[in-house]
Structures are given as C-alpha cells and as structure tokens.
Design a protein around this ligand. Sequence first.
Ligand code: ADP
Ligand code: MG
Length: 675
Amino acid sequence: MSEVTKIKGIGDEKAASLSSIGINSVSDLLEYFPFRYEDYELKDLADVKHEERATLEGKVHSEPVVRYYGKKKSRLSVRLLVGRFLITAVFFNRAFLKKQFSLGQTVTVTGKWDQHKMTLSASEIAFASHDPEGTIEPVYPVGGDITVKAIKRYIQLALQQFANEIEESLPPQMLERYKLMDKREAVQTMHAPQSHDHLKQARRRFVYEELLQFQLKMQLFRKRERENTKGSSHVYKRSDLDEFISSLPFPLTGAQDRVVEEILKDMESPYRMNRLLQGDVGSGKTVVAAIALYATYLSGNQGALMVPTEILAEQHFESFEDLVGNTLNVELLTGSVKGKKRRELLERLATSEVDLLIGTHALIQDEVVFKHLGLVITDEQHRFGVKQRRVLKEKGLTPDVLYMTATPIPRTLAISVFGDMDVSTIDEMPAGRKPIETYWAKPDMLSRVLDFVTKELDQGRQGYVICPLIEESEKLDVQNAIDVHAQMQTALPHYQVGLMHGRLTSDEKEAIMEAYSQNDVQLLVSTTVVEVGVNVPNATIMVIYDAERFGLAQLHQLRGRVGRGKDQSYCILLADPKSEVGKERMQIMTESNDGFVLSQRDLELRGPGDFFGRKQSGLPEFKVADLVHDYRVLEVARNDASALVESTAFWEDDAYRRLRTYLMNEGVLSGEKLD
Ligand code: ADP
Ligand code: MG
C-alpha cells in the first residue's frame, strides 16, 4: 500500500514522526495494533472480585469529602449508590474534582475494587452514565513525539480512507477451514472492537497468520537444509544393533524405543540429522545416545559426545565405558589431557583408531581431526553457544547432529526456537522410580532441616547441599560455599563433608567426585556445578539454599541429582521469597516432579524472554501472537506450514501468492520456484 502521506491529514512532518516509530506505509499504520485494551465494560458489582479492576455506574449519594495530608497530597472520597449497594469511591490527589459532583447525579467510575472495604480506588471518572461506545479502549505503544491521541487519530484517518483497500492475505481455504475473520474486518476490529468476542476473533485471525508465516519460514529453511546438505547415511546390519540393545541391563522404555527409532531413521537417511532429544532428568537419554553411537560405529564411522563440564565428561566416559566399552574404543579428551598423551590421542583419532571421543569443548578445537566423523551428540545443549555448535558441525564431513537436553523445553518454545530442528521427546520414566518428595522450609527452620539430613545420613545415605550462585561475583560465590561447608562440618561432626565449587582445579574436582561416589564423603556442599548429569544413586537428600534465586527449570535439574536409586529421596528448598510469584514457584516445586509441567509453568511465570535469558533468546517477535498462550495455534500452524511447503498448490496457486510474497520479502524465498 501507499506511503502515509497519501492519507488526507498527514503531511510530511507527521509522516516523519510516524517514521520514527517504524510506520512508513499506510499498511504499517493500519497494522499498528494496540498492545492491550482497557476494558470499560459496565460490571455488575456482585460479579466484581476483590482487587479486580472494574467500571461501575452509580448515583452520587453524599457530598464528597476531601482530606489533605503530607505535602500536597489529598484524598477525595464520595459515597455512591451502585445498584443496591452503597460504596465509597476514592480519588487520590484529585481534589479539584470536588466541585464537579452534585447529589443524585449519575457517574461512571473505573478503578480497583476492594471487596472488604467496599471501596473503589478510582482512576477514572465520567460525570455521565456509562457510554456503551468505546467500552473497549485500545492502548497503543507510542514513542518519540507521537502521542496516544495522535496515533489514534491517524489510524482513524487511515481506516476512513483505505479500509476498502485492505487485501486478504490468507488463502480462502484457510479462512474457511478455521472460520477466520477476513482481514478487513479484523483490522477494523483490532482498532475499534465492538465486543470482547469480536476482538477475540480478530486476534485469532492475526495469531494464525503470524504463526503460519513464521512457520513457513522455518519449514522452508529446514527443507532447504535437508535438501542441500547431504549428511552421511549410516549403513549397518540392524541385527547387530539389536543384539547390542538386548545386551543392555534393562529393557528400553516405550518412549526410549520410540526416540531410538526416530533417530535411527534420520541416521539411515542421506539427509543430515539435526535433532533435539529432550527428556527429563533420569529419563534415560544416555542409553539412547549409546545406541546411536553404537550404530555409528557399526556403520564404520566415529562418534563424538560433547558435554559442558569436565566432571560430566568424566562421568559420561565411565558410563560409556560400561555401556559400549567392550566393543568400542572410547577415549576422553578434556583440557587436562595434555602433552604426549594428547598428541597420541589425536593421532589415533585421525587414523580412526578411536571410535568414540568424549569431552568438553576441547573437542572442537582446530587440532582435533577425525577420520570419519559420523555423529556428534551434545549433552545439555542449552549450555553451548551457537558458535560452538556451528564449529562442531563443520568438523568432519557433515556429521549427523543430536542435541540432548534435560531442560524440557515447553513444546511451544521447542517448536519456535528449534523450528528448523526435529524434536524427539522421552516422556516416560523407567519403571519403579519413586517421585522425590519436595518440601519448602523457611531459613529459620535450618536446624530442623539438619536433623532430617542427619537422619538420612545415619541410614547410610548421602546428601547434597547446594549454595546459591551469586551472580555478581564468583569470589563471593566460592566464599559462600566455603562458609556453608564449615557450618555443615560443625553441624555434622561424624560425617565427611566435601566441598565443590568452580574455583577448584579439575584434579581437585575429580578427587571430590570420586570420594563422593565411593561414599568416602557423605555430604557434598556445592555450588551449582553439580547441576547436570552427576549420578550418585545413594544420594537421597538435597538441601538448596536460597532456592528462590533459581528458576524452576534449574531447581528441577538440581533436584534430579537425587532420586536416582531405589530409596525414597527428598529435596528441601530453603527459601523466603518475598514476592507472590516467588512463593508460587516454591509451591509448584513441592507439587510437581514433572519437568515439562515445571518448564511450562516457568515459562508462564517468567515469559519466554527470561526463560532463555533475554539476550540470546533468539525468539521471534510477534505483533499479536504470544508464544506462551497461543501454543495450540502454533502447533496447527506448524503442521499446516510443513504440509504447504511440500504441496504443489502452495507454489503455483494464486491463492498463496500473498504468502509467497511475504516469504520473498523476508528473504527466505527467491523469485523462482524452489525445486
Ligand atoms: P538422563 O541422562 O536422561 O538424565 P540417564 O541416562 O542418566 O538419564 O538414566 C538415569 C538412570 O536410569 C541410569 O542409572 C540408567 O541406567 C537408568 N535407566 C535408563 N534407562 C532405563 C530403563 N529403560 N530401565 C531402567 N533403568 C533405566
Ligand atoms: Mg544425562
């Protein structure tokens, strides 16, 4: 559509200020949607809940009273008869209103309702009866020298002149299938909703459109990736792999079975696998990784497993020695493998003598050369930067890549952030696990908590005490852990208390972990470095200091260090959260053991930006859609998008022209047809 200056009433000067908030064309202006709405719909007082915002209509029942206090502060209160109720409306610092009230007059007030005091803290008043027009007021984001009033007017002008030119951008099939409001009506409704229901329908239409466009981008990108990057197709005898699987000490769970098949299918295909494997702590991702790596070995390729910390690398090295060490040549490469040992290892890797290399990011250094790198697995992928992942991908030819994570990413986010990836989910725990019992205690209950810990240790069990991470300073962090360690040692004189933190050398860390897994140390005081992967089944109790400082997902990760054996395990959250959200989070932790539930709740409480850490979230921004609430639509859009990019109609029918144009403008589609 044309430039904003085509609108009567908008000249160059106004156009320039509009441009400063990103509005250049008429359609930019028409699609400059409110970010929220004020609801002025009249409420029946009987339906208004405590602390709810409401608009009420009433008759002035008594003269208003103004009281002054402090410097220039005032409180005006007036009695109103609302239906059969006599209420008080109060206005702060608006004493000038006093003159405008007259007895018996009808007024409309909006504000927050206090049920107990029968009082409305009013923020707005109209000295008239309720106006059914403008019941739902749009609120626009503004900036620069554009005011709310101005933007509203410009939009009105644009609608008057150009509403008829609004073209439908979705194909009729889609409008029909989902009973979506057409674009013209939807644009008008967004700016001037007639009712809540109307608004909902308009929103629904834009949510679908935005998410469909977004998913088309993702799916197209993914299709390209698949078609243009040939990976290795792993060829091997399935019976050899089955033999390995049946040699495992336990049968696979149904979910493990399913994800193994998904992964093997990718590996066998000539496309390069790009798959996320997510499963709650303890759901058994390691075996799945072992099976994939075994298949890699059977197909004559090498595998690599990359983990975020040295401790974890060691632990994985041991598990994989147990799982596949009889057949595969497994080696460990970390920063502490140095000198001659390192050189020899690298040589053996280059000649393909090493079948499986496990390590930290040392694995991606330039000097590390594989002969036939067929599969790369990264564990706890959320800890790796995008750059590291890319470097790793570029190693070897075009290895298949599997990312494992125990931070279950709510499906909604997995689809959006990893939209170009396939996702496999282990959503079932191995049989016989006892759910961890979680309690929330205030810090002043520490001595009772310690009694409880002692009881567990007296029964031959082990425990963890987690100190909070002090973001600002690693030094404080370590000092804090040292203090807690000393305190624990005093409180539990009959037990060995170990100390683990980020400042220890890797030899020291290794020694501590070794002592802990041998039960030479019964209680381990640690910073969050034990967060991922550590596996000591005899540990049955965990105390987490300042638990309110952690996110739900992280608490769940930490908690997953216990509950790994047959005995009942416990987790105690020491926390004194001040905010409601903080209290709610502690409560949720005591109620749920399901990582997916927790991460969904975390997402709802924190919002998608905070969930991943604001800066590197890489989440797309939408005008109308909201990833947390609109996830069902996201799923629908994803399915539609993936079907569309594979269909001929999408590439040829005129009905899809607008969508194709969108993709071209976004740079994901060039002028010609894809295939
Ligand atoms: P994750 O890496 O997903 O947190 P692990 O792979 O470390 O979990 O598995 C947790 C524990 O469960 C390990 O001790 C593992 O041996 C055991 N395990 C894995 N799969 C099964 C299964 N199918 N049946 C019984 N135990 C299993
Ligand atoms: Mg694991």
